[in-house]
Design a protein around this ligand. Structure first.
Ligand SMILES: Nc1ncnc2c1ncn2[C@@H]1O[C@H](COP(=O)(O)OP(=O)(O)O)[C@@H](O)[C@H]1O
Ligand SMILES: [Mg+2]
Length: 311
């Protein structure tokens, strides 16, 4: 659905995009993650045929950006990171205006406007002035606008940026809804945890270079090669339990954690299932109070990949 090959954009001698290669299949929800200035907007603007690359290839729905821009524009919904809304316009008027621009005519137009308003949960604001909407509602209106012509592919540039936590949750719900409608979605963010559970693939980009491309589980594995368990035992026997586990086959390290009651056990590389630790402790007479795998800190994964600290 989307393909970039060696896509490159230079501004003077600055590589805004440096030989970007990526591919999205139909139904993919691709999280495009990177810090400010990484090249996310540049990529999306090129795919939306609003900006020409310096060299390289890109296509959307099989159409090349070089010779089929009209077809691409019809097939995509592009929501830029900043878009203007017009003063003195009601929500419905705003959408009617864009529906007209998409040549949606007749009674179908009002119906379509209602439909997209329902989809983004803004039906109750149909008579409100667009300038009176909160930032979260404005973003949802922007999304409604790019859904009017029923595009197969959505390019959403930081739809959740500048939103408060509640509005972020709403935006995530909305993305999940679009995912279930089988849209192919490329959505950017500078925050990995925000997108990790919505996307089936992610790309991590920094200074124009794609540092990682694949699924979230692979990203985590690349950063953290061994499983870590957090364990707590009763009767003040933490130190005894640590000594007991040290040097056992399958255990590569035992150490304290910030919580004095809890210690961390790192498994040897290649061993993922640490349930034997619990069995051994119980057999040896320890009372388990807490046992579980340490949660992955996705922010940490992101930092390490962008700093090149993998493997
Ligand atoms: N019109 C422009 N002229 C010069 N440099 C630009 C222009 N647009 C973007 N850049 C530079 O290209 C790089 C990528 O920008 P951008 O794609 O907007 O990043 P992101 O969206 O990831 O924050 C940045 O270093 C930015 O300063
Ligand atoms: Mg940007």
């Amino acid at each position: 659905m989307i393909e970039c090959r060696e896509l490159t954009k230079m501004y003077g001698d600055l590589y805004a995009l440096n030989r970007l290669n990526l591919q999205l299949e139909p139904g993919d929800v691709y999280g495009f993650i990177g810090p400010n200035g990484a090249g996310k907007t540049t990529t999306m603007r090129i795919l939306a045929t609003l900006l020409n690359p310096t060299f390289g290839e890109a296509s959307v729905c099989g159409y090349s950006i070089y010779n089929k821009p009209r077809e691409i524009r019809r097939a995509i919904g592009y929501m830029p990171d900043f878009f203007g809304v017009y003063d003195d316009m009601k929500v419905t008027e705003y959408l009617e205006f864009f529906a007209a621009a998409y040549r949606i005519r007749g009674p179908g137009r009002a119906k379509k406007v209602d439909e997209v308003l329902e989809l983004v949960d803004l039906g109750y604001k149909r008579e409100a002035l667009v300038t009176s909407l909160s930032r979260g509602m404005t973003q949802r209106l922007g999304l409604a606008r790019v859904l009017l012509h029923e595009p197969e592919v959505l390019l959403l540039d930081e739809p959740a940026s500048g939103l408060d936590p509640r509005a972020r949750i709403e935006m995530r719900k909305l993305l999940k809804r679009l995912r279930s409608m089988k849209k192919t979605i490329m959505v950017s963010s500078h925050i990995l945890p925000e997108l990790a559970d919505i996307c089936n693939k992610i790309g991590i980009i920094e200074r124009g270079k794609l540092e990682f491309n694949g699924d979230v589980a692979t990203a985590i594995r690349q950063v953290r090669q061994s499983s870590i368990y957090l364990i707590s035992v009763g009767d003040g026997k933490a130190i005894e339990a640590q000594t007991f586990l040290k040097g056992k086959p399958g255990v590569s390290g035992v150490e304290d954690s910030p919580d004095p009651d809890v210690f961390r056990v790192t498994l040897s590389q290649g061993i993922e299932d640490g349930s034997f630790l619990a069995e051994d402790l119980i057999k040896a007479g320890f009372r388990l109070r807490r046992f579980g795998e340490e949660e992955i800190d996705l922010e940490d994964v992101f930092m390490r990949i962008t700093q090149g600290i993998t493997n």
